[in-house]
Design a protein around this ligand. Structure first.
Ligand code: B4P
Length: 199
């Protein structure tokens, strides 16, 4: 069963690659960024709250994200695998995510054993791309939150709040690092090889 988290700085190609891999393995591509942008476009209560953070390049508060992901993972299509793109993005999100997975059908008397099983149940892809390449990619993409000032803040937010997840998942033997500084096809090939080895 394919269960993967895509981690990496803004513009590393998480969305691009997650979509390709999800199609190949016939599992849903769950992008927290895409779900948020849909909510912003629909002006839903979540979208109205999220917009101010996204426009600044800040992370949307953990509790809003956790609630949103939990609901999405309850959908029938997510019962046999998933690709999570852009979530978890903070250590709190990662810890709460493990608790969430633990609370669904596990043995309450063996929390440690259950946690190890949860860690074994999914891998985390860490896409690595140098900062100057990230900035160039984002500026040429031209999304609403892709201006120079916001990009600078998003990179800073990444280093402060998301990069600690590398150590978090490395310590749990879940991390697979991939060089994302190649063409889309080359990165996809490296990813597919890594996924094949891990399933
Ligand atoms: P996201 O939607 O996750 O977007 P991203 O990090 O900016 O981009 P990604 O890495 O997916 O890059 P892409 O493939 O598009 O986040 C947006 C915002 O949502 C965040 O700032 C935050 O506010 C909020 N948010 C989302 N999740 C959250 C969470 N869990 N908690 C709190 N807040 C959250 O690639 C970028 C560009 O590069 C594209 O133009 C692409 O075509 C190009 N590209 C990709 N691969 C390439 C390659 N190999 N070579 C050349 N170009 C490439």
């Amino acid at each position: 069963m394919v269960k993967l988290v895509f981690l990496g700085p803004p513009g590393a190609g998480k969305g691009t690659q997650a979509q390709i891999i999800a199609e190949s393995y016939q599992v849903p591509h769950i992008s927290t960024g895409d779900i948020l942008r849909t909510n912003v476009a629909e002006k839903s209560p979540l979208g109205i709250q999220a917009k101010e953070y996204m426009d600044q390049g800040d992370l949307v508060p953990d509790e809003l994200i956790l609630d949103m992901v939990q609901k999405r993972l309850e959908n029938p299509d997510a019962q046999n695998g998933w690709i999570l793109d852009g979530f978890p993005r903070t250590v709190t999100q990662a810890e709460e995510f493990v608790k969430k997975l633990l609370s669904t059908g596990t043995n309450e008397n063996d929390t440690e054993g259950e946690e190890a099983k949860i860690s074994n149940s999914f891998n985390v892809i860490n896409l690595q791309v140098p900062d100057d390449i990230l900035v160039a990619r984002l500026l040429s993409r031209g999304r609403q939150d892709d201006n120079e000032e916001t990009i600078k803040n998003r990179l800073q937010v990444y280093y402060q709040q998301t990069q600690p997840l590398i150590e978090f998942y490395q310590g749990r033997q879940q991390l697979i690092s991939i060089d994302g500084n190649h063409s889309v096809d080359v990165v996809t090939n490296s990813l597919k090889q890594a996924v094949e080895k891990s399933i």
